[in-house]
Write a protein that binds this ligand. Structure first.
Ligand SMILES: Cc1cc2nc3c(=O)[nH]c(=O)nc-3n(C[C@H](O)[C@H](O)[C@H](O)COP(=O)(O)OP(=O)(O)OC[C@H]3O[C@@H](n4cnc5c(N)ncnc54)[C@H](O)[C@@H]3O)c2cc1C
Length: 344
């Protein structure tokens, strides 16, 4: 069986892992590396997670996979998550201190580990542009016009807005295509600006991160990368500040300098330390489709399976979480495997 997966985030990689030797899997990835929103960067001896902050132990299967197969370099985040409200009032704990993991070399390592584990082929820097269905097989066309395939099954894993536009432009004569495209196109995503702020001195606090629990502050999340083993040298600090969706949408297209200055001011306010308004370097990362506000209806998505088309991702799982997206990919891979074995 030959399977094409569009998107090498954790969902697409989960599909490939679950299929394993049962299929010849090719992952088409628009960017130059696997991992998707489980993303990290490095600068000046620092490593920082720019998308997901960590993966949580909320799914037994994913936790086992992480510990047993993907554990090399896995690191537990030290410290708890505290909360703050619209006035910046900080309170201890949020009753949710389950283990949280990243990798010493950044959460993007998860993508590399999953790819190795799957044995799949990664076609990096190859965006899927047009999907074609004919003679009971799928083809994928890239922007150069190259046609890849044929594939017995196709799995779409980009965020719902991108998946909807792929369905929109697909050459696929099917009664379900329009309904699917409409449905997937209505799964809402929120944007997010994630800003790394570096300081050449330590910022000591009794928590790992702060989350805004009344959703009424410009800052949504402030995390200390120093609490992740191997991420920040001693005597330095690196804050990752994720701005609230409304603030992110309003400031999305502003210059990096302006965004970083505004974000550093808010971090200084929140942590009551004027020195934090002047980081010695910063990095602004923009996520247009950062987190889904809702999920798709599984029954509607399954109507495509008669034509060997499958879906996985956080929007299929119904929450913007690494473990849920990975689980959604593993589930899709297993269903493809089971369907194909039953067909033979
Ligand atoms: C700022 C931020 C903070 C977050 N914090 C957390 C957190 O702390 N904990 C947590 O569990 N989760 C967190 N999340 C959510 C988590 O990162 C996602 O839910 C999860 O990584 C989604 O995985 P996915 O595989 O479904 O999608 P993605 O990771 O988006 O993967 C989809 C892939 O498809 C590729 N792609 C898109 N279009 C095409 C195309 N046409 N052709 C080929 N490839 C294409 C993309 O480049 C991408 O690699 C956060 C997300 C963001 C953005």
């Amino acid at each position: 069986m030959r399977v094409a997966v569009v998107g090498a985030g954790v969902a697409g990689l989960g599909v490939a892992c679950a299929l394993g030797d049962a299929a010849d899997v090719t992952l088409f990835e628009r960017s130059d590396r696997p991992g998707g929103r489980a993303a990290s960067r490095t600068a000046d001896d620092c490593v920082y997670d720019t998308g997901a902050n960590y993966v949580k132990s909320d799914d037994d299967r994913v936790s086992r996979l992480l510990r047993d197969e993907l554990g090399d370099g896995l690191a537990a985040v030290e410290g708890d998550v505290w909360t703050f409200d619209a006035d910046g009032e900080i309170s201890e704990g949020r009753g949710d201190d389950a283990p949280k993991w990243t990798y010493r070399e950044g959460l993007a390592t998860l993508g590399d580990r999953l790819l190795d584990e799957s044995g799949a082929t990664l076609e990096a820097d190859v965006p899927a542009e047009t999907l074609r269905r004919g003679d009971a097989a799928w083809h994928v066309e890239d922007p150069t016009g190259r046609r890849w395939g044929p594939w017995n099954a196709l799995v779409l894993t980009p965020p719902a807005p991108t998946t909807a536009s792929l369905l929109d432009g697909a050459d696929w004569q099917s009664a379900v295509r329009r309904d699917l495209r409409e449905h997937v196109g209505h799964v809402p995503y929120r944007p997010l600006l994630s800003v790394a702020l570096h300081y050449p001195f330590e910022v000591e606090r009794p928590y790992y991160a702060l989350v805004n629990d009344d959703k009424d502050h410009d800052v949504g999340w402030l995390g200390r990368e120093d609490c992740k083993p191997g991420h920040v040298p001693d005597d330095e600090s690196l804050l990752v500040v994720q701005m609230a969706p409304d603030w992110s949408a309003e400031h999305y297209d502003r210059a990096d300098d302006d965004v970083a200055a505004a974000v550093a001011d808010r971090a200084a306010d929140l942590l009551s330390d004027d020195a934090l308004a002047a980081p010695d370097w910063f990095d602004v990362v923009r996520w247009r489709d950062a987190l889904p506000n809702d999920g798709a209806d599984p029954e509607t998505l399954r109507r495509a399976e008669d034509d060997d088309l499958w879906f996985a991702g956080d929007w299929v799982a119904g929450e913007g979480r690494v473990h849920s997206a990975l689980r959604s990919g593993l589930d899709a891979g297993e269903r493809i495997r089971a369907t194909r074995s039953a067909d033979r």
